[in-house]
Design a protein around this ligand. Structure first.
Ligand code: BGP
Length: 481
């Protein structure tokens, strides 16, 4: 029994609509204002390539799209679309240039004061990621990143400064971007300098444990510091379907799901689930877990946030598994789905499935903090104004938002939706600018050429209407809106 009114207009009045970014992908100004070097500064090709010794001029992130100097103009454009929330991250190396410094940098802190002032001016709620793939490089080089327990202390110092300074003006916080990605990208996600192929499984899981403890510690400190503050974990959500009806494939899905769900389980339930302990035991992985760690883990999150781009299939068949080699998250392609230009399979229904799965499992409010289509855009001139006819992006976002509406009608509690890369930015996986997600086109190409001017795309006007109508202008597959 579904109430048609609910299904067609499911978005509640306080639903937060907006967009998401990360410091290293938009700010640029990599050596301005006392900022230290971050791990992103030595990854000119993103995940796709090796790291360099020092920041090199071919790294587009060093200048990115210069949000550092243009934030006021950009936030005004977000306000024009009607954003009620904007997700951004704080660059750890702007606040503690080496990560292990005794005192924070006032110049770095002052920059985010200015960003918050601007958001405040437009009535936009900030949603802040504390650590988004931008660990200070010195923490990777001196301590091997999160493999070292000392990182918990450095992170604690950092979050205390953030909550003291901004806690009264930022309600929503995320502790680590896509925390489950450390299993797949240990350097980018966990600042772990040891090459992935040489990294012992024990060290990897110890790093996971340290991040989980640090995340719980941050939640505890936030709750003690500011009444009403909301802290969430942030995970990659990627529904997995069995490639065939063979129970062995369904079991392969269960195991692969566990590897991802474990992160949410610890954040929400406050302890390691049995299947994770079994995995460690049976693989001879003995972790250093103290009683104090166990107590800290009981400080659980207020909500669960996630990125959603695609789904995958799983199989137990080693021959068929080969088709998936090269996928960062494993899995094999789904023969029923189309893919983006970068091979990410498009599956709006998967978003409804994952929202229901997470809600059923955790009964915590959910926040979709990344979703979008990375595509090549062509700038054209219409009525004398440069723009992009990105109907492919509109179709992607429309179809995903329709499924968010369905999930809300299913009874799932969804706090809000921030599209990834609301303004064009540098890709995390490939470090390209040509992999564009934005409603706002930025004039800069993969060679770093361009004026950095901003232009509204067709999707800019589409999203403005969606927000203004609270989703009523979304087009459902049945032709209704
Ligand atoms: C997520 C990251 C983001 C972002 C996004 C899109 O994994 O949290 O930082 O970049 O993916 O990925 P990409 O930039 O590789 O297209």
């Amino acid at each position: 029994m579904t109430d048609p009114t609910t299904t067609h207009r499911p978005f509640p009045a306080d639903f937060l609509w907006g967009g998401a970014t990360a410091a290293n992908q938009i700010e640029g100004a990599h050596d301005v204002g006392g900022k230290g070097v971050s791990i992103q500064d030595v990854l000119p090709r993103g995940l796709a390539g090796p790291r360099t010794q020092h920041p090199t001029p071919d790294n587009l992130k060093l200048e990115a799209v210069d949000f550092y100097h243009r934030y006021a103009e950009d936030i005004a454009l977000f306000a024009e679309m009607g954003f009620s929330v904007f997700r951004f991250s704080i660059a750890w190396s702007r606040i503690f240039p080496h990560g292990d410094d005794e005192l924070p940098s006032e110049e770095g802190l002052a920059f985010y004061d200015r960003v918050l002032d601007e958001l405040d001016k437009h009535g936009i709620e900030p949603l802040v990621t504390i650590s988004h793939y931008e660990t200070p490089l010195a923490l990777a080089e001196k301590y091997n990143g999160w493999v070292s327990r000392e990182l918990i202390g450095f992170y604690e110092r950092y979050v205390r400064v953030l909550f003291d300074r901004y806690g009264h003006r930022v309600k929503y916080w995320l502790t680590f971007n896509e925390i489950n990605s450390v299993l797949h990208a240990p350097f980018m996600s966990g600042g772990i300098a040891t090459p992935k192929e040489e990294l012992p499984r024990r060290d990897l899981f110890q790093a996971v444990h340290h991040e989980l403890v640090a995340s719980a510690l941050a939640t505890k400190i936030a709750h003690e510091t500011v009444p009403g503050i909301q802290v969430g974990c942030m995970v990659i959500a990627m529904p997995l379907y069995p490639l065939t009806p063979d129970p062995a494939d369904a079991l392969a899905v269960m195991h692969a799901d566990h590897a991802n769900l474990m992160f949410g389980d610890v954040h929400v339930r406050g302890a390691y689930p049995g299947y994770a302990l079994r995995h460690l035991r049976e693989n001879g992985i003995e972790l250093d877990i103290t009683d104090e760690d166990r107590e800290l883990l009981t400080h659980t999150v207020d909500f669960v946030s996630f990125s959603y781009y695609m789904s995958l299939c799983e199989t137990a068949d080693p021959e068929r598994r080969k088709a998936g080699e090269g996928n960062i998250m494993g899995g094999v392609p789904n023969p029923t789905l189309q893919a983006s230009e970068w091979g990410w399979q498009i599956d709006p229904t998967g978003l409804r499935i994952v929202l229901n799965q997470f809600w059923d499992r955790w009964q915590k409010p959910l926040f979709i903090v990344e979703n979008g289509l990375g595509a090549k855009d062509e700038l054209v001139v219409v009525d004398g104004r440069p723009t992009v006819r990105d109907d492919y992006r509109v179709a992607y976002l429309n179809d995903h938002l329709v499924q968010v509406g369905e999930a809300i009608a299913d009874g799932v509690h969804v706090l809000g939706y921030t599209t990834w890369g609301c303004i064009d930015l540098v890709s995390a996986s490939t470090a390209q600018l040509s992999k564009r997600y934005g409603f706002i086109y930025v004039d800069r190409d993969d060679d770093g050429e361009g004026t950095l001017a901003r232009y509204r795309k067709q999707s800019f006007h589409w999203y403005t209407d969606v927000i203004r109508s609270q989703g009523a202008t979304l087009e459902r597959g049945d032709g209704s809106s």
